[in-house]
Ligand binder design. Structure first.
Ligand code: UTP
Length: 295
């Protein structure tokens, strides 16, 4: 088997304005909104670590410093909790190893593709992962692995570039990046083309890209020369589409659950679904939900 360069770095583009969540996101980054008691960004970072990723690159903007603070040591909080004999386990998972988080700034939110390009100097000449933290990917309850872990496993077999996909009802495809699928083999589908926010009658399938990518560093060169695409933004999908034919491109259908926490209803769904599963509150939340539904 060919030895592939390992995926050691992940880019988290978190410089978007989060306009769908205003006014909540006026002073607080969307990625810090909690699903129960963990901010969205922490779910994504935990998923990256599970996949063996060592270096986390946050592409941030103004007003986003809380994201970096979240992964720092909170001395006052720790001292107080220690004094009170409180369980420190609730804080520990957020702690980063010194130097494993790097931030770069995207001064103007010109689009996802531009945000990724802002990380080019840190990514260098290695294949790398991308996480959109508002897509919440949850492993199967019965001990399944996370989405990026599944993608890294596929990458070790296939190499090249990979995106995670899922199927949505056909009339929803216009909000997403959509793949033109080729041959399929289990969870893996060859990608023949990609289009961002297609018109319904032009959508090549109902398989949408769902916020996780493994890309070769050449994408940075393509993004360098990238023109504006759908919505006047520099689109990552357009840059990836140009690489098809020059490099292998596959889609991985995640064996697990995905919640679109970039939308308000998706966020509510994620909160409810995860709360119902929690040992410390599931039964109570179920009673509350039943009572509300009966009204
Ligand atoms: P979204 O379009 O979902 O996020 O971008 P948004 O722009 O923050 O939210 P709305 O649509 O206004 O509510 C997908 C991801 O790309 C990042 C966002 O932070 C999000 O994680 N992004 C988007 C950037 O980092 N820079 C950009 O210029 C655009």
């Amino acid at each position: 088997m060919t030895t592939r360069k390992p995926i050691r770095k992940a880019v988290f583009p978190v410089a978007g304005l989060g306009t769908r969540f205003l006014p909540a996101t006026k002073a607080i980054p969307k990625e810090m909104l909690p699903v129960i008691d963990r901010p969205l960004i922490q779910y994504a970072v935990d998923e990256a670590r599970e996949a063996g990723i060592e270096q986390l690159i946050f592409v941030t903007g103004r007003g986003k410093t809380a994201i970096v603070e979240h992964f720092d040591i909170a001395y006052e909080l720790e001292a107080t909790m220690n004094e009170r004999g409180k369980d420190m386990g609730v804080l520990d998972p957020t702690r980063a190893t010194p130097g494993d988080i790097i931030t770069v700034r995207q001064q103007v939110p010109l689009g996802l593709g531009h945000a990724i390009w802002c990380a080019r100097a840190i990514v260098g000449e290695e294949p790398f992962a991308i996480f959109l933290p508002d897509e919440l990917m949850i492993a199967r309850k019965d001990g399944g692995t996370g989405c990026m872990r599944q993608m890294v496993d596929a990458y070790q077999r296939l190499g090249g570039n990979l995106v995670s996909v899922l199927e949505v009802p056909h009339d929803e495809v216009s909000s997403y990046g959509v793949i033109d699928p080729g041959a399929g083999d289990g969870a893996i589908t060859e990608i023949r083309g990609l289009v961002e926010k297609p018109r319904l009658d032009e959508a090549p399938s109902n398989k949408i890209i769902s916020g996780r990518y493994i890309l070769q560093p050449e994408v940075m060169r393509v993004l360098e020369a990238q023109e504006q695409g759908a919505g006047g933004e520099i689109q990552l999908t357009d840059a990836m589409a140009r690489m098809i034919g020059t490099q292998p491109f596959h889609a991985v259908t995640f064996d697990g659950r995905r919640f679109d926490c970039g939308s308000k209803t998706g966020f509510v769904e994620a909160t409810l679904a995860l709360a119902l599963e929690r040992e410390d509150m599931g039964a109570e939340v179920r009673r509350i939900a039943q009572r509300l539904l009966a009204q």
